[in-house]
Design a protein. Sequence first.
Length: 503
Amino acid sequence: MLLFKLLFDTFFLILSVDALQHETNLSATNPPGAACAKACGELSSEFGPNLHYSNDRNFTVWDAKQQEVESACHVEPSTSQDVSKILSILVNHWCRFAVKGGGHARNPDDSVSVGGVTIDMHLMKSLQVAPDRKTVILGSGHVLYTMYHGLEAFNLTTIGGRVADVGLGGYALGGGISNLSPKYGLAVDNIFEYEDGKIVLPNATIVHVSEQQNSDLYFALRGGMNNFGIVTRYTMRAVPQEMILGGDKTYSSNQRDIIAHSAFELTTIWKNDTDMAFSYGYSFDQASDNFSLSFTHAYARPVLHPAPFTQLETIPYESSTVRIDRMSNLSMEGASHTPSGSRNLFATMTYHPSAKMDRRIMEIMAEEIKPIRQLAGFFPNVIFQPLYGGVIRAGHERGGNALGINADGPLTICLLTVMWNDRQDDDAVNAFVQRWIERAQTATVQSGSHHRWLYINYAYHQQDPFSGYGEHNKQKLIDVQRVIDRRGVFTSRGLCRGYFKLL
C-alpha cells in the first residue's frame, strides 16, 4: 500500500510539473488579459446573445465587493453540454473563471471572476419531479426561492436553506443546513445523484456521479465545495410539505440571558422533536446605539403553538412575524434581513452547547465593535443554531459525507455576520472579524467546549474549514482532486480560485 502511494504521488508530481510548465509557457506567450479576451471572443461566436460584457446592467450579485468586480465577460449556459464547451474554451486559452449560481458569495472570485469569465448558471432552472414523488431533479441555477416555489405546486419540498436568494449550487456543495435538517439531515445527505451525467469535470467531460458510480467523487462532492468540477443538476430527496410555522420575534437586550437559556433547553431537552428548528441572533443597531435579539421559529407542521416553544411564549417580545406560511414566503423574509448592496463578511465557530458560552460570544462581539460601531452602515450580528445528533447520524447512515463531524451531537454553530457600506472601512472590519475569531476560539478552547468542525458556507476566508473535516477526509478530498484535475484547473494556482481550495 505504501509503495502504491509513493508511486501515485511521484506520478502525480511529474504530471503536475509538466502541467505547470505547460501553463507557464502558455501564460508567457498569452497574458491573462489577452487570454480572456480571446476566450470571450470565441464564447461570443458560440453563445451569441448569451455572452455579455461587464457593462451589462442585468447582471446582479448580492455583495457590494463582488459588485465592484469587472469580469472580461460573462456567459450563460443552458445545458451541461454548454458548460462543457465553455470550460473547454477557457482551459484551452488558460483563462480564469468563476461560477455564479445565486451570486450570494462574499469575496471577489467566489462567484464573479476578477478579470476572467463569469459562468452565470441562472438559465439552468429545470425542475422535474419523479413519478413516485420521492425525488426531484433540480438544475443548479436555482436560488432557494425558485426551488421552493416550483415544488410548492406539487405540495412538495426538499432540504433547502432559509434565505431566498442563496443559490442551490454553493449551498448544497458546502453541506446545506435547513429547517428540515433535524428530520432529514443536511442537504448533502439528501442528494442521491449528481444526475444523469450532470457534472462537468475539469477536463470538460461530463460524467454521472452517484453512490454506486464514481463513488469517490460522490463522497467528495458532499462537502468538498467547487474543487472537482461544475455541477449542473442534482437529484434530491422530495418530501411532502404544505404550510409550516415560521417567522421571527424580536426582544430587547435585557432578555439576553433567558433567551440563551431557552435556546440551550431547545438544543438539549427538545432535541428529539425533529419537526422543530430554530436560530437566534444578537445584533447591534446603530440608530438606537443598543443591542437587540431576534429568535427565528420553525416547525415543520402547521402548528401555531408547538410544545417546544411554550417557554419562549412567556418572554415579552417587541415584534413578531411568527405565522403559518409557505417555505417560499418564509425564505423571502430571511432574505429581507440581508439585503443586497452592502459589503459582507461571515465567520464561524462550533462548540458543544452552553448558554454561558453563547453569552460570552455575544460579549466578545460587543467589546470588539466599540472602536468601529459608527462606521457607515455597520451592522454586526452573531447567530446561534443547533446541529442535532440526528443530523450528524443522517450523514453516517448515507455512507458518510466529507464533513467529518465526529460528535454525537448536539453542537452549536455560531455565525458572525457583518454588513457595512464603504470600501475605505474594509481593513477595519476585517481586523474586527479576525479579533472575534481569535477570542471566540480561545474562549471555547479554554472552556473545553470547542469543536474542530467549521461549517464551510459560513467560514471567513482566512479560516481553514477543510482541516476541520479531519486529516483522513481532507486527504481523501485531495486525492480525488489530484486524480480528476491533473492540470490544476480548480486549484489556488489554477483558473477557478474562488472559495476554499484543497490544493
